[in-house]
Design a protein around this ligand. Structure first.
Ligand code: CU
Length: 161
């Protein structure tokens, strides 16, 4: 099954060799998706916050371009804050962040590497490009492993077309 899925993905993706990491899906992959019936997606809003599953870190989506997220390359800026009595932005941990988009219904992600840039030195990080190349539900997991602090949160957005 794993192999079949891998082959199916391989055959439906062609990756441009121009260095831009472009993803060119087949027409079959671009069938519209009924987001109105999707219950797993977050309601998009700027400032959307997700507490990490370990309760140690809070992730906030500050900006999204385009907004709401759309198929193709997305640029997001997030703020990463510690939690608790001494809650504060966490600067300087960009290299300790990992960002992984995933389509749970198809068990695939994106081949396009996401660059994490320390945007403001204030615990704000630009994630670019967050490549969501196919209509459907995308769960983007942002995880941190910095100075003994391990946590992660999922931002889930539905793309209709
Ligand atoms: Cu997919």
């Amino acid at each position: 099954m794993r192999h079949l899925l891998f082959l199916a993905l391989g055959s439906s993706l062609s990756i441009g060799c121009g260095g831009g990491g472009d993803v060119t899906p087949d027409a079959d992959d671009l069938a519209p998706y009924n987001c109105a019936a999707e219950t797993r997606a977050d309601t998009f809003s700027l400032g959307l916050e997700k507490m990490g599953i370990n309760g140690l870190v809070n992730f906030k989506l500050l900006t999204a371009n385009p907004a709401p997220p759309a198929r193709g390359d997305n640029d997001w800026v997030i703020e990463v804050d510690s939690t608790g009595a001494s809650a504060a932005p966490m600067p300087g941990i960009g290299s300790d962040l990992k960002v992984v988009p995933y389509m749970p219904d198809h068990q695939h992600g994106t081949p396009v590497k996401i660059h994490v840039t320390d945007a403001q030195g204030q615990g704000q990080y630009e994630l670019s490009p967050v490549n969501l190349w196919m209509p459907g539900l995308w769960q983007t997991t942002i995880s941190i492993d910095a100075n003994g602090v391990k946590d992660s949160a999922v931002f889930a957005f539905c793309l209709a077309s």
